[in-house]
Design a protein around this ligand. Structure first.
Ligand code: ZN
Ligand code: ZN
Length: 330
C-alpha cells in the first residue's frame, strides 16, 4: 500500500544535495560571516570578486584574520534559508510519493463494492522560501591595494578577505577616525545615561581610552612602516615607537630625518606630553609622578595629582599624530 513512499524514503536516505542560490545586495555585494566562533564578523564581498579573486582553499576574515575554505562563510541567515528550501523540497517528494500510493489504492477499490475505503493525501501547495533578501548595503567599502578585491564592512577591517593583505595605512586612518567618532558621540552618551556618576565615568573612560588608542595606532603604524621600509635593518626594540624621542632617533639613524623635521617645537612638546600621559594612564592609573613632570616638562601638575584629560586634548593629539605619521610615510 505504501510502495511508492517506501521507495522514495529509500532514495532520500542517500545523501541529498540541494542547491540554493545566494542573492547579493542592491550594490552587488554578497553577505559573508566569519566562521570563527568568537568572531562571527559580518562583512560583504563584491560577488564578482568572490567568484574571481577569492580562492577556494583560503578566505581571510577582514576583522580577525581567521582563515577557512571558501564554502564556510555563509551567514546564519543563509544557512537557515537553505535548510528551509531543503526541507520543503524533501517534503514535496514525500507528498508526491504518498499521493501516488493513494491513487493506486483508490483505483483498486471496486466502484460497486458495499463499502469503499479511499485514501486522500492532503498535499497543500509547496511553499519554497527563497533565501532572505541580502542585508542592507554597508557604508565602508574597501578595495584591497594589493589584489583589488572589493569588500564592505561595518566598523573596522584589517585584512583583505581574498589575499589577507593587512593595509597598515588603512588600519591607522580607521583607528584615528574611530576615536574621533567616539568623541563626537560623547554628548549622546551623556544624554543616554540617566545616572550622572555613571555618565561622567563613561565619558572619562572614552576620552582616556581615546588618548591611549591614538598613540597605540601611531605605534603600530610606525612599526609596520619601519619594517617594510628598512627590512634589512635589525628589528627595533619592542614598543620603541611608544617613546617619542627613541622612535625619532631610530628614524633619524635610518632615514636622516627626525620628528623635529616634520612638526614644530610646540607641536613636538605637545606630543611629548600626550605620550607621557598615555604612560601614566596605562601604568599608573593616571597618577602623576616625578618622572612624568621631568619627561613631559608639564609643570601644571604636582606629584600625586590625577591627570585630567579633555576631549579637546585628545582631538589635538589625533591631529598631531596624523601630521607626524603622514610626514614619515611620505
Ligand atoms: Zn573573524
Ligand atoms: Zn587583497
Amino acid at each position: 500500500m505504501f510502495d511508492e513512499l517506501l521507495r522514495e524514503l529509500k532514495r532520500l536516505s542517500e545523501t541529498q544535495r540541494v542547491s540554493v542560490p545566494l542573492h547579493s545586495d542592491a550594490e552587488g555585494y554578497l553577505d559573508r560571516e566569519c566562521p570563527a566562533q568568537e568572531c562571527q564578523f559580518d562583512f560583504k564581498v563584491f560577488e564578482e570578486d568572490w567568484r574571481d579573486k577569492v580562492r577556494n582553499e583560503e578566505v581571510f576574515c577582514p576583522f580577525c584574520g581567521h582563515t577557512a575554505p571558501s564554502d564556510q562563510w555563509h551567514t546564519q541567515e543563509q544557512v537557515a534559508a537553505a535548510k528551509e528550501v531543503a526541507v520543503d523540497q524533501l517534503q514535496g517528494r514525500i507528498n508526491t510519493a504518498m499521493k501516488r500510493d493513494a491513487d493506486q489504492w483508490n483505483r483498486r477499490q471496486h466502484p460497486d463494492a458495499f463499502m469503499r475505503i479511499t485514501m486522500k493525501v492532503d498535499s497543500r501547495p509547496q511553499h519554497v522560501f527563497l533565501p532572505n533578501m541580502a542585508a542592507e548595503p554597508m557604508r565602508l567599502k574597501i578595495t584591497c591595494p594589493a589584489c583589488a578585491c572589493r569588500y564592505a564592512v561595518i566598523g573596522a577591517a584589517f585584512f583583505c578577505p581574498a589575499c589577507g593583505h593587512n593595509a597598515a595605512d588603512l588600519m591607522f586612518t580607521q583607528s584615528i577616525s574611530g576615536i574621533r567618532n567616539a568623541l563626537d558621540a560623547l554628548p549622546g552618551v551623556r544624554a543616554a545615561i540617566p545616572d550622572r556618576d555613571v555618565a561622567e565615568t563613561t565619558v572619562r573612560l572614552i576620552i582616556e581610552n581615546g588618548l591611549q588608542n591614538a598613540i597605540t595606532a601611531f605605534q603600530r603604524y610606525a612599526e609596520v612602516l619601519y619594517a617594510t621600509r628598512y627590512p634589512s635593518l635589525p628589528a627595533p626594540r619592542r614598543n620603541v615607537f611608544q617613546n617619542l624621542s627613541e622612535g625619532s632617533s631610530l628614524w633619524h639613524a635610518a632615514s636622516g630625518k627626525q620628528y623635529s623635521d616634520y612638526v614644530t617645537t610646540a607641536e613636538l612638546n605637545a606630543l611629548t606630553r600626550y605620550f607621557q600621559q598615555r604612560h601614566l594612564l596605562a601604568h599608573r592609573e593616571g597618577l602623576v609622578d616625578a618622572d612624568y613632570i621631568t619627561r613631559s616638562g608639564d609643570t601644571s601638575y604636582r606629584e600625586g595629582q590625577r591627570l585630567v584629560v579633555r576631549d579637546a586634548s585628545v582631538r589635538e593629539c589625533l591631529s598631531l599624530i596624523e601630521k607626524l605619521a603622514s610626514s614619515i610615510a611620505s
